[in-house]
Design a protein around this ligand. Structure first.
Ligand code: NAD
Length: 362
């Protein structure tokens, strides 16, 4: 069986560690879930019929308890919680029941929050079906819902019992969703110290969507995130390096009221800005910047500025929950595998980098 197992050590809400299985099938999942000796309740999303059909056929698990969330980020909303809580209680779950989240980051974040809160906490399992969920949202225990005035504003640190990722499910993802996942993967590659993840990704670009390559790419990326989360589970310091590219990304999302950019597409553009700023402010070598920008282009990632003014974006950065006071702080790179966080940024510095990004990519 083509399977890789990762152990994530976590403190906090679910002490201990849990495995992340990265494989190209669901063959081993039923045994693991049945071995947990508890009732399983599945939560997924409308529109994922083919994914669910494959999941239940390959695992042979009974399809009798399943709740389907409506499609889209707008449904990862606090207002959707009452319906699922009522459904779960009506379906007589108890403290031993395990919720199984099948879907992308929207489903994973939402179900994780439900699991953290219903009956004061039940166990849950993540079955990520998007590339982004596999390398990012399913790793690290951040679960959340959105409120009217902000994304992920109500949440918890609450870890799953296991994560089980079948990379062959990604084949049905639209190009835009692949790009979202690859933006986070490139981000992780920039910060991974040995440089091996970046080398592997670059040298396998031609067949990067093939399951045999993806298994390794997803494994590397999830392992990198897991290593950071293990050191700083509650984001009191080091974990904030995972926000490389995110200061600009959050501004792009907030200025467009979360309607224009998916998170990954905003991160991709923000990563370009972070690389240019890192070159100017932290001495990140130009060759490395060019290497990453070339890789992003080859992966089809969006890198343009979309006509937004640097000064408007800078204003929006002040609303970011990760900034305190009026100082805008960035995660930057001093070199390959050498991220630094909490770097104060002036409006002028940001404007120069944004202008350079506009000059290069429009
Ligand atoms: N918890 C964290 O640490 C963390 C980190 C990053 C992002 N997030 C959250 O993750 C969410 C974004 O996740 P996402 O990018 O997976 O988006 P998503 O969950 O909305 O999925 C994207 C789209 O792909 C569809 N889809 C899912 N699997 C598919 C498949 N195999 N084939 C075809 N279509 C499929 C979904 O139905 C959806 O329409 C955001 O809410 C973001 O806030 C959380």
């Amino acid at each position: 069986m083509n399977e890789l197992l990762l152990k994530v050590d976590v403190q906090g809400s679910t002490p201990g560690s849990y495995p992340i299985h990265i494989t190209d099938n669901y063959a081993g999942l039923a045994e693991i879930l049945n071995g947990m000796g508890a009732r399983l309740v599945f939560i997924s999303q409308k529109g994922l019929d083919k994914i669910l059909e494959r999941f239940f056929t390959e695992t042979g698990l009974p399809r009798d308890s399943i709740y389907l969330l409506e499609q889209g980020e707008s449904n990862k909303h606090i207002s959707r919680l009452a319906d699922v809580y009522n459904w779960l209680i009506k379906n007589r779950i108890d403290r031993k029941t395990i919720l199984v989240a099948i879907g992308g980051g929207v489903v994973g974040d939402f179900v994780g929050f439900v699991a953290a809160t219903v009956l004061r906490g039940v166990r849950f399992v993540q079955v990520p079906t998007t590339l982004l969920a596999a390398v990012d949202s399913s790793v690290g225990g951040k679960v959340a819902v959105n409120v009217d005035h902000g994304k992920n504003m109500v949440g918890a640190f609450y870890h799953p019992q296991i994560v089980y990722c079948n990379v062959s499910m990604f084949q049905s993802l639209p190009d835009a969703e692949w790009a979202c996942g690859f933006a986070e993967i490139v981000k992780h590659c920039c910060m991974e110290r040995s440089g091996r993840d970046l080398d592997f990704l670059e040298s396998n670009l031609a067949k990067v969507r093939a399951p045999e390559v993806l298994i390794q790419v997803v494994r590397d990326s999830a392992a990198f995130k897991a290593s950071i989360v293990s050191e700083d589970p509650k984001e009191t310091g080091l974990r904030s390096i995972l926000n490389l590219g995110h200061t600009t990304a959050h501004a792009l999302e907030s200025i467009t009221e979360y309607k224009k950019f998916s998170h990954g597409h905003a991160v991709s553009r923000g990563l370009v800005t972070a690389l240019l700023l890192s070159h100017e402010k932290c001495g990140l070598p130009g060759e490395f910047v060019d290497r990453i920008l070339r890789l992003m282009k080859n992966l089809g990632l969006p890198m343009d500025t979309c006509g937004f003014e640097a000064s408007d974006l800078f204003e929006h950065m002040k609303f970011d929950k990760k900034n305190s006071g009026d100082t805008i702080r960035f995660v930057l790179l001093e070199g390959q595998g050498r991220p630094v966080y909490g770097i104060p940024m002036s409006r002028g510095e940001f404007e120069l980098a944004w202008a350079e990004q506009k000059r290069r990519y429009g």
